[in-house]
Design a protein around this ligand. Structure first.
Ligand code: NCD
Length: 324
């Protein structure tokens, strides 16, 4: 099996073979889920804790369902955004949790790098469910699986990522994954919402939708991350929709069979026209949600295998190399 990670902290450290291994397994789980075969026991006996320091509906629910389908004992802790403090508090929380001996921690945090830091302090598998504007690996993986199932491949596609790229961990993780898989990536955003250093990302950069969407296979829209803005990034939502919101007129520049994606939650009439979001011939937004569960099942499965193998090896060593 070619998946060597002990944590899933981002797309950056993954090799393409690891991505493919995970997507292949998730593909099987997606088919099983569709057939109603949803009860498995690969994670039986393992305790999984969800710690979301930032609000979430779909990602938290998706991880919870994935964990339960794999047979884990799943617990979601209510972490109020108001109680977040940086540094010591996070480490203290981690140490407290670690003392309860969980096997898997799923963590979302508003600060970039917080989940990596936490992973260094605990001895269980950690999955990043989104850290600040840094990474959101399972989102990029579920997007990749959705694209692969819709287009029949995950390479040599022309993919436009549009909107608030500067504040988006979804965009960062997708740029890395889709780049590793040798796709042509176009970034479309007003200059105020382009990240600094964008020229080093290996993407084509556009500030207008008509030119940027020309002949693309995939249109990936992003939410305006208002909670990460301190004002002044867009003139008004109306103006933003006019120039960057995906409507039928702009979508007409993409390939005729281009698919439309959005990670949710959507602001209808701001980033995307509601009719397009609901158009089952173009929009794969519901499929993204569906693939999310399958991708998280696969990620949990692969990490649990590595966790059990590492513990087995440690136990063997403690036993002087003799099998217990
Ligand atoms: C994304 C996130 O939280 O980064 N949403 C999600 O995971 N469902 C995108 C977003 O919030 O805009």
């Amino acid at each position: 099996m070619s998946f060597r990670q002990t944590h899933l902290l981002g797309i950056e450290p993954l090799q393409t073979t690891e991505i493919t291994t995970l997507l292949d397994l998730a593909d099987r789980y997606a088919d099983d889920n569709r057939r109603g075969r949803t009860q498995r026991n690969e994670l039986a006996g393992l305790t999984m804790i969800n710690m979301f320091f930032e609000n979430s509906t779909r990602t938290q629910a998706s991880f919870e369902i994935a964990g339960r389908r794999m047979g884990a004992d799943v617990m979601s802790m209510a972490m109020q955004a108001s109680s977040i403090r940086k540094g010591e508090t996070l480490i203290d929380t981690a140490m407290t949790l670690n003392a309860m001996r969980p096997d898997i921690l799923v963590v979302r945090h508003p600060h970039s790098g917080a989940v990596d830091l936490l992973a260094q302090k605990v001895n269980c598998a950690v999955l990043n469910a989104g850290d600040g504007r840094h990474e959101h690996p399972t989102q990029a993986l579920l997007d990749a699986l959705t694209i692969r199932r819709a287009k029949g491949r995950l390479h040599r596609l022309s993919i436009a990522i549009c909107g608030d790229i500067a504040h988006s961990r979804v965009a960062r993780s997708n740029i890395m994954l889709l780049g590793k898989m040798e796709n042509r990536i176009r970034l479309i955003a007003p200059p105020t919402l382009m990240p600094s250093g964008v020229q080093d990302l290996g993407c084509e950069v556009f500030d207008d939708m008509e030119r940027g969407l020309q002949d693309v296979d995939v249109v990936m829209m992003l939410r305006l991350q208002k909670e990460r803005m301190d004002g002044g990034f867009i003139p008004s939502e109306r103006e933003y929709y006019h120039r960057y919101g995906l409507d039928a007129q702009k979508l007409a520049f993409a390939k005729e069979d281009a698919i439309v994606m959005h990670p949710g939650p959507m602001n209808r009439g701001v980033e995307i026209d509601g009719t397009i979001a609901d158009d089952i011939n173009r929009s794969v937004i519901q499929t993204q949600v569906e693939m999310g569960v399958a991708v998280r099942m696969a990620a949990l499965d692969l990490l649990a295998r590595n966790l059990r193998a590492a513990r087995g090896a440690a136990a063997l060593e403690a036993n002087g190399g003799v099998m217990a």
